[in-house]
Unconditional design. Structure first.
Lengths: 262, 353, 254
């Protein structure tokens, strides 16, 4: 089989491209090199590590589900409608992408916290999100949602409306069109958006520590555990960091497989 | 299933009004930007006109009000019972061919098994029944468009809109699909947008010629295509249209030139007016009369030479010939030159006028 | 091919390696600089002491680097150019001496005890250590892994109490953040932290705090380029005037 030739690719771009790849790869190699392999298994299977990993997986899954449930309608509205101020709305929705997570955490704190804007009303109902696993999921949703919305909106826009028009002309109502045409066609975008959201939730630290606190089994996710372990047991922190890297690589790898299978 | 249409779309400068009788197929001809797509969009409910009224099978699909006793009406596209067949088949890539065709019935609430059996019937009807289990990606362009036809028909629409249904297809597969369309559209209320006079001739009972957002000509297809004034319609597609009378198995022009061709349908009787249609690309140009050839030869005087993509279009009165640029240069084709247009009988279609 | 590639890459790699050094060299060369690594809880006092020191030493700049004691130790262990290290606890100072990175034997220069921090309006009406055991209370402590958390555990054990915090934070700052925002009803932090936080939190003293006294040691760092000045800075901290700055901020005498 013949090989196609890249046109318009100056040879020198390979150098900065390779440097960029190295810049990302080397720190990962450094982590692997730093791991205390003789005790690795013991470090990552300790009670607190397993608790933190399990909590991270649960909360990230929950936040991904929430992101899909509210992100899909958001992406649809952004991609398929036009209304005054849409540009502003889109910018605001995407804000958490560029905001430091700590700022997000503070914002959540002063909204849903015990003395927050609507936190007080929530408390009247007899519940509080303070120091609860729900707070962790909220923090994760806050930072992960834009990833899903951006990815899906892009897919919806690229796909265009042509198939929807045909479906409607065949007598399918808007909900049928959405479920049987729009959603299946945008599935690759939705999957990659959900994977990004999951990965971002898994790595979420700043907003969680600011908003949710840190309590084993309740709010101390893997990144918080790593940060804490660093204080007393750097070896454990490194081992857990590697676990997080491996989980992230697995998730992204699986999603790529899933996408190419679609 | 009568369609009655009146609409004004100000920013596209379109102001069109026409009716389609029950079971009638109307072709919309016209250059790009003439407003054909705008008309289809309004009928399908994708575009709301500034003023207008669309009625189909006794239902008001759209009314912008302003008429004596009319309230504003704008029926959603999926409730109009108007199916759209576009230039590209747009089969849903994630469904099998069968499920694509079953989509309409399923949306109408028909049970899955029943919808699939109806879909299979429609696929058989358009001649691709054996491809039911394939994915759209595994079909050729012609097969995919047949599936799209089946899908549109399976939705049992009151009105079928065809938007240049064969424009994106390989020329090799269009005649067969055209015959299929001619058969399945026969008794249906239909609007066909086309660039191709052959589509109009074979599919449509009536023709509307649109130009600059207005209907500039309307009438029964043959009438529009055979009247000289209607050379406009032929020129849209560049087809050569020759009108004459049928004598001894050939078309005879007023000047005595004869054209042999293939007759579509029953053979005309002697003296009956007929029209011969052939493509400019089928015409060969000679400086001296070719001898010993079974071709039709028509003497002509070049009136105009213009580039047309890779080719050069040589005009001689109402006739056009498309030749390659080197050939045009070698023959020194300039206005005023006497030439002979030659076309094989097998390239000429003859229709009763 | 590989060799050619490597040679092409070399200038870039060299640039990458040199960049931090270039940045580090970018400072003012005329001035003599003493770099002091100090626990975050010492921020206010050491800023005061540094300006006092600069006033007494013409042309000398004191560069202060604040952070968690364990972070600072690991930075010094990894070659950070510190002249003085002031730790918030003896454990982290022990890490330094274990690597023989001290310029002299560490000396204790301050102590700190815990206080209960509550929002200014004290919504849970906390008045004693025992009140913190109320399960309805939203209690925020430092994690046992960090010094303030270990101290909190210490006072609780000494008082025979089991505290069940709603959150175990990474640092004093995080604990105070939860109290000032009203998210938490009470927390255990150092006296100095309560003082430094001003009106945003209220401190509640409790007698059991005397059971766990946190000691701050200080030392010069081995291989310091300015070992004399570093020594003088340590002496300032231990001097009467230095001690006054510390006690004013709530620290106890060593």
């Amino acid at each position: 089989m013949g090989q196609t030739r890249a046109v318009g690719l100056p040879r020198w771009v390979v150098v900065p491209a390779a440097l960029g790849a190295l810049f990302v790869l080397l720190p990962l190699v450094a982590i692997v090199a730093q791991v205390d392999w003789s005790n690795f298994w013991g470090l990552i299977t300790s009670e607190s590590s397993r608790t933190a990993l399990w909590l991270s997986l649960r909360t990230s899954t929950a936040s991904t589900v929430v992101c899909v449930l509210i992100g899909v309608p958001m992406a649809l509205v952004l991609a398929r409608t036009s209304f005054p101020g849409q540009g502003v709305v889109r910018s605001v929705v995407l804000l958490p992408l560029v905001l430091p997570p700590v700022v997000g955490g503070l914002a959540l704190l002063y909204t849903f916290g015990k003395r927050g804007l609507i936190g007080q009303s929530i408390e009247v109902v007899g519940t509080t999100v303070a120091f609860s696993t729900i707070a962790v999921v909220m923090a994760q949703v806050f930072v992960a949602l834009p990833f899903l919305v951006v990815s899906l909106e892009g897919a919806l826009r690229t796909g265009g409306e042509r198939y929807e028009v045909v479906a409607a002309s065949l007598g399918a109502g808007p909900t049928t069109v959405f479920l049987r045409v729009t959603l299946p066609l945008a599935m690759p975008g939705l999957v990659s958006g959900a994977v990004l959201a999951f990965a971002r939730s898994l790595g979420e630290f700043g907003a969680t520590v600011t908003f949710a606190g840190s309590k084993e089994g309740v709010t101390r996710t893997l990144p918080l555990e790593i940060y804490l372990q660093r204080e007393t047991d750097p070896d454990a922190a490194i081992a857990l960091a590697l676990v997080l890297v491996v989980v992230a690589v697995l998730v992204i790898g699986l999603a790529r497989q899933g996408r190419s299978a679609l | 299933m009568t369609l009655s249409f009146t609409a004004t779309v100000t920013d596209r400068d379109v102001e069109v009004s026409f009716d389609v009788a029950d079971g009638e197929t109307v072709a919309l001809l016209g250059p790009n930007g003439a407003g054909k797509s705008t008309v289809l969009s309004v009928v399908a409910g994708l575009l709301r006109p500034d003023a207008g009224r669309v009625e189909l099978a006794g239902r008001t699909l759209l009314s912008t009000g302003g008429y004596a006793d009319q309230a504003r009406v704008d029926v959603a596209p999926h409730r109009r019972r108007v199916a759209l067949l576009a230039q590209e088949p747009l089969l849903f890539p994630h469904l099998t061919v069968l499920d694509n065709v079953a989509f309409g019935p399923r949306s109408a609430g028909v049970a899955r098994a029943e919808a699939r059996s109806r879909a299979q019937e429609w696929l058989d009807e358009v001649g691709i029944g054996e491809l039911a289990d394939r994915r759209p990606g595994q079909l050729s362009g012609g097969q995919a468009q047949r599936a799209a036809v089946a899908r549109a028909l399976a939705a049992e629409p009151d009105l079928l809109l065809l938007d240049e249904p064969m424009a994106a297809l390989d020329v090799a597969v269009t005649p067969a699909l055209r015959q299929t369309l001619r058969r399945v559209l026969a008794e249906r209320t239909c609007v066909v947008v086309t660039h191709d006079v052959l589509d109009a001739l074979l599919l449509a009972d009536r023709v509307l010629v649109l130009e600059g957002g207005r209907v500039v000509e309307a009438g029964p297809t043959r009438e529009v295509l055979t009247r000289p004034r209607s050379a406009f319609a032929a020129r849209l597609a560049g087809l050569n249209l020759v009108v004459g009378a049928w004598h001894d198995g050939a078309l005879v022009l007023d000047d005595g030139t004869t054209l042999a061709g293939l007759v579509a349908g029953e053979s005309p009787v002697d003296g009956e007016p007929v029209v011969a249609v052939f493509r400019p690309t089928a015409v060969a140009v000679y400086r001296s009369a070719p001898h010993g050839s079974p071709r039709n030869v028509v003497p002509a005087t070049v009136t105009q030479v213009e580039p047309l993509g890779d080719l050069v279009r040589v005009r001689a009165g109402d006739l056009n010939a498309d030749v390659t640029a080197p050939a045009a240069a070698e023959l020194e084709l300039v206005p005023g030159v006497e030439v002979f247009f030659s076309v094989k009988a097998t390239e000429v279609d003859v229709y009763p006028a | 091919m590989l060799g050619r590639m490597t040679r092409r890459l070399l200038p870039y790699l060299a640039l990458l390696l040199l960049a931090p050094a270039l940045v580090a060299c970018g400072g003012d060369d005329d001035d003599t600089t003493v770099t002091v690594y100090a626990a975050a809880s010492l921020k206010k006092t050491f800023e005061q002491l540094a300006s006092d020191f600069e006033a007494d030493h013409d042309g000398v700049t004191v560069e202060l680097v604040f952070g968690g004691s364990s972070d600072l130790v690991s930075q010094i262990q990894n070659g950070a150019e510190a002249d003085v290290f002031a730790s918030a606890d003896t454990a982290n100072m022990d890490k330094l001496t274990a690597d023989d990175l001290q310029g002299q034997d560490p000396q204790d220069f301050a102590t700190n005890t815990l206080q209960i921090a509550v929002p200014p309006d004290n919504p849970a009406d906390v008045s004693s250590l025992q009140d913190l055991a109320d399960p309805a209370l939203d209690l925020v402590l430092c994690a046992p892994d960090v010094p303030c958390g270990a101290a909190a555990q210490g006072v609780a054990e000494a008082a025979g109490l089991t505290l069940d915090p709603d959150s175990e934070e990474q640092s004093v700052t995080d604990v105070l953040g939860k109290i000032t925002s009203g998210q938490g009803d009470a927390g255990l932090v150092y006296v100095t932290d309560v003082l430094a936080a001003g009106d945003d939190v209220m401190g509640v003293e409790f007698p059991e705090s005397a059971d766990v006294v946190n000691t701050y040691p200080i030392t010069t760092v081995e291989d310091s380029d300015e070992s004399d000045l570093a020594q003088e800075f340590v002496e300032l901290v231990l001097s009467d005037s230095g001690q006054k700055v510390l006690t004013d901020a709530g620290f106890g005498a060593p």
